[in-house]
Design a protein around this ligand. Structure first.
Ligand SMILES: CC(C)(COP(=O)(O)OP(=O)(O)OC[C@H]1O[C@@H](n2cnc3c(N)ncnc32)[C@H](O)[C@@H]1OP(=O)(O)O)[C@@H](O)C(=O)NCCC(=O)NCCS
Length: 97
């Protein structure tokens, strides 16, 4: 992917694309409130791999990468209110509304 964008691919051991993650502005959505200082995270698992109970595992790996790479003081994710699955994943990792 283009290096000017803060998007990263996540591959499995066979170099198959299984998910992506994005950071900073590339983890934000139009219209949300981003006044507080935090590193924004976006993430998506390949559609055919979702719903298998692995969401928190992926999100944890993304957090560990972001922590070592960007060393932010805080993390933030923006999730649509209807997206209960995503809300559950990030709450399991300690994120608060
Ligand atoms: C959001 C996403 C990362 C979650 O990963 P996933 O592997 O599909 O999710 P899981 O199968 O691990 O499920 C996560 C939790 O949500 C729960 N869940 C699933 N569907 C649910 C629903 N409709 N309502 C409430 N909880 C639900 C699961 O039971 C699980 O909770 P548990 O671990 O306590 O049992 C993945 O679905 C995805 O990439 N979606 C598209 C991109 C996206 O929505 N991004 C959001 C911003 S990060």
């Amino acid at each position: 992917m283009h290096p000017q964008n803060t998007f990263y691919t996540i591959m499995d051991e066979n170099s198959e694309l299984v998910a992506y993650c994005s950071f900073g502005q590339d983890g934000q959505v139009t219209g949300a409130d981003y006044r507080d200082q935090a590193l924004d995270i976006g993430m998506g698992i390949r559609p055919d791999l979702t719903g298998r109970g692995k969401g928190a595992e992926y999100a944890k790996a993304v957090l560990e990468f972001a922590d070592s790479f960007f060393k932010p003081k805080a993390f933030r994710v923006t999730i649509a209110a209807f997206n209960k699955r995503a809300i559950r994943v990030w709450q399991k990792l300690g994120f608060q509304h």
